[in-house]
Design a protein around this ligand. Structure first.
Ligand SMILES: CC(C)(COP(=O)(O)OP(=O)(O)OC[C@H]1O[C@@H](n2cnc3c(N)ncnc32)[C@H](O)[C@@H]1OP(=O)(O)O)[C@@H](O)C(=O)NCCC(=O)NCCS
Length: 201
């Protein structure tokens, strides 16, 4: 998919999140809603610059990747490394203080609440974060671990082990609280209905 296509899909996913909808809910946000998100959300601008960086790397355009990395760091205090794979519609609710480094992989619609670190624990590999994960403010996710789809990482947690899909991880080092089917916050698909909405920034 080309740069424009990716940028549009990102805006659509973020607009959907604003309405607290998920792709499986069906329907699509209007172009007007997507443009509104694109213009109003700092997180979208970071994502857009990441898409341009990806394209610059793919087509070996010198300097752009490095320059835009600096721009996002200076303007938004967020640092996204060169080898990061970002899914669609990543939601940087607050951009301040977030670092995604090394070879981390981030799925679609993952929500970063701000001041998060995703990277290596002891130079031993980086996390894979699956789709629809929410990462609370101040949380660190470190090492060659997998955060399962729809998991919720609590504020200020330091996560050093795998987190199963839909589970909650809190504390230092993080303890896992597995949500059971039938819990009010678990929907029929076994995923938490913690919402992936975009907080006002
Ligand atoms: C983890 C979180 C999702 C709550 O999950 P929950 O399952 O609904 O948890 P509850 O509120 O029922 O609390 C369950 C227990 O976990 C504790 N707890 C909740 N959040 C915690 C956290 N971040 N760290 C440590 N313990 C936490 C509660 O004190 C409670 O402890 P207790 O059983 O000893 O009384 C929420 O507290 C959180 O951290 N949200 C992130 C919010 C955020 O980042 N906001 C940013 C806004 S910009």
């Amino acid at each position: 998919m080309g740069l424009l296509g990716k940028a549009l899909r990102d805006a659509m996913e973020l607009a959907r999140a604003m309405k607290n909808q998920r792709p499986e809910d069906g329907g699509a946000p209007s172009l007007k809603e997507a443009v509104k998100v694109a213009l109003s959300q700092d997180g979208y601008k970071v994502l857009l610059m990441s898409r341009v960086r990806e394209a610059a790397r793919r087509y070996h355009v010198p300097g752009v990747n490095h320059a835009l990395r600096l721009v996002t760091t200076v303007l938004y205090s967020i640092e996204i490394g060169n080898d990061i794979e970002l899914g669609e519609g990543i939601n940087f609710t607050h951009t301040l203080g977030t670092v995604i480094g090394g070879t981390s992989k981030v799925g679609s619609r993952v929500k970063f609440m701000g001041n998060n670190t995703i990277g290596t624990a002891k130079d031993n590999g980086c996390p894979v974060i699956e789709d629809d994960v929410v990462i609370g403010c101040g949380a660190r996710v470190l090492g060659p671990i997998r955060i399962g789809r729809g998991a919720f990482i609590g504020a200020n947690a330091v996560v050093l082990t795998d987190v199963p899909p839909g589970a909650i991880a809190t504390g230092i080092p993080a303890k896992i609280h597995v949500r059971r089917a039938g819990d009010p916050e678990v929907d029929d698909g076994g995923r938490p209905s913690n919402g992936n909405g975009t907080a006002a920034s």
